[in-house]
Design a binder for this molecule. Structure first.
Ligand code: ZN
Ligand code: CU
Length: 483
């Protein structure tokens, strides 16, 4: 019998959690040609390189279900803030914000100006953006959504009103082209000024090509506060009329008067799931982060400035503190700090835990890779769920935690053969110490790599090892396999 071709990498002696929520088991994992070649007792089999995983968990690389990494992938292609957490795939283009398609010279309103740009590009077509990623591959895989707000900005003379039929037709054609080029779906951000005026009908008109292309509909809903239930109903209606799965982004119930209402929203989601496909994601923190806003409901709790173009010296301070110093009301202080990003303490811990533990909830960081003091979720999300929530608080077993960042996410987004460990699948793998894993990023010191991540492999290539980035950039553009 001919001896088998050596593995490129043999991960030896670890305990496998395969991403399907099945119980863990001891096994070696052999990788070859960017794929998982074998799982089992592989002792003595030849390998170009052996990684000792004794005492560690070997799991599929994590998929970050919700990111704003569109430009970071090109600007900071080593993606250390994600790779260091064990993330091997990011879903981009969320909340209506994508780097493409955007015609050259288009003036960008917030939040597009903050999260979609400035940076590389412009990318007049979605294909241009994906080509740029392929030409200069980042360290992680990318599954990209098209942002409805980007389409609006590119196709409408002014975005403070609903689209005309002609404008909706133009947006629909852009979406169609993007899906053909490899986009996995459409995102909206109707909570933000440049998309607030969009009607449900406009979104349905624009989203028409999704069904035929197997795309999905992902939304930062119009409201996550008092009117969260009508916002959910609108989301479900869009999914039904388009005949596509929907994903509710960073699900939350914010502002004090809504604390506890996640029981009601999750119940509604559960009932709706009986007859249509509904997914959701969340991040493991009670504070959110987005552009600096002046609406009183957003200034309700503690608001910490994460970045400010006119007042960089204010980063890390609260709006209340700055307003007092300037002798102006908080909304006026917030207005003067624009454009920029802030951290908003608007959620209740029991809601965060209830949503995270809900069966269909995926983990998504919603990290904003901007400024010196970003929300700690940018660096800490995945280790925080594994360490703090699963191990320390016992919110769910480790197998469930891993599933919420791998198998469930791959299933929800249709990312075939990725993020469950099985022979033949893409070799995206993370090795971590379940006892040691811990997020170290805090609101004061947010840019800190987590502890306990031993190795991260992207398409068979070691990207993170022994607390260091290897410099590898083996990420690929990933397409959706519709069910
Ligand atoms: Zn959002
Ligand atoms: Cu977002």
């Amino acid at each position: 019998m001919p001896s088998p071709r050596p593995f490129d990498l043999l991960i030896q002696g670890g305990t496998v959690i395969d991403g399907t929520r099945a119980p863990r088991f001891d096994a070696d994992v052999g990788l070859r040609d960017g794929r998982i070649a074998a799982i089992g007792d592989l002792a003595g089999q030849p390998a170009a390189r052996v990684l000792d995983a004794r005492g560690c968990i070997v799991a599929p690389g994590f998929i970050d279900a919700h990111t704003h990494d569109d430009q970071a992938l090109l600007r900071q292609p080593d993606m250390a803030f994600k790779v260091s957490q064990g993330v091997t795939t990011v879903v981009t283009g969320n909340c209506g914000i994508s780097a493409a398609p955007l015609p050259p010279g288009t003036p960008l309103p917030m939040p597009l100006s903050l999260m979609g740009s400035p940076g590389h590009g412009p990318f007049p077509t979605f294909a241009d953006y994906l080509d740029a990623l392929r030409a200069a591959p980042p360290a992680v895989n990318v599954a990209a959504l098209v942002g409805h707000t980007a389409l609006r900005v590119g196709c409408m003379a002014s975005v403070d009103r609903p689209a005309t039929d002609a404008e909706a037709t133009a947006m629909r054609a852009q979406l169609q082209a993007a899906l053909q080029a490899g986009a996995i779906g459409l995102s909206t951000g109707t909570a933000y000024p440049p998309a607030m005026a969009a009607t449900t009908e406009e979104i349905i008109a624009v989203g028409q090509p999704l069904g035929a292309h197997g795309g999905l509909y992902v939304t930062h809903m119009r409201n996550e506060s008092d009117a969260v239930v009508p916002a959910l109903e609108e989301t479900f209606r869009i999914g039904r009329e388009l005949g596509v799965p929907v994903v509710v982004s960073h699900h939350k119930v914010q502002n004090r008067q809504n604390f506890g209402r996640s029981a009601e929203t999750l119940d509604l989601i559960r009932r709706t799931q009986q007859h249509q496909c509904v997914g959701l994601d969340c991040y493991p923190y009670t504070a959110g982060s987005t552009m600096i806003r002046t609406d009183p409901a957003m200034l309700d709790g503690r608001v910490q400035i994460a970045s400010s173009v006119p007042h960089p010296e204010c980063v890390g301070r609260t709006v209340a503190d700055i307003a007092a110093e300037w002798g102006v009301p908080q909304p006026e202080a917030a207005r003067r700090l624009q454009p920029g990003t802030a951290i908003y303490f608007l959620m209740d811990e029991p809601d965060v835990q209830r949503i995270m533990a809900f069966d269909a909830t995926m983990i998504g960081s919603d990290g904003i890779p901007l400024g010196d003091k970003p929300h700690p979720r940018l660096w800490g999300t995945f280790p925080r769920v594994l360490g703090h929530y699963s191990r320390d608080l016992g919110l769910f077993p480790l197998e469930t935690a891993v599933w919420k960042m791998t198998g469930l996410t791959a299933q929800t987004f249709g990312l075939d053969q990725r993020s469950t460990l099985a022979a033949g699948h893409h070799a995206d793998v993370v090795v971590f110490d379940a006892q040691a894993i811990r997020d170290t990023a805090t609101y004061d010191q947010p840019a800190q790599a987590a502890e306990g991540i031993r190795a991260v492999v992207v398409n068979g290539v070691l990207a993170w090892h022994a607390g260091r980035h290897t410099g590898a950039r083996s990420g690929q553009v990933v397409r959706r396999q519709a069910a």
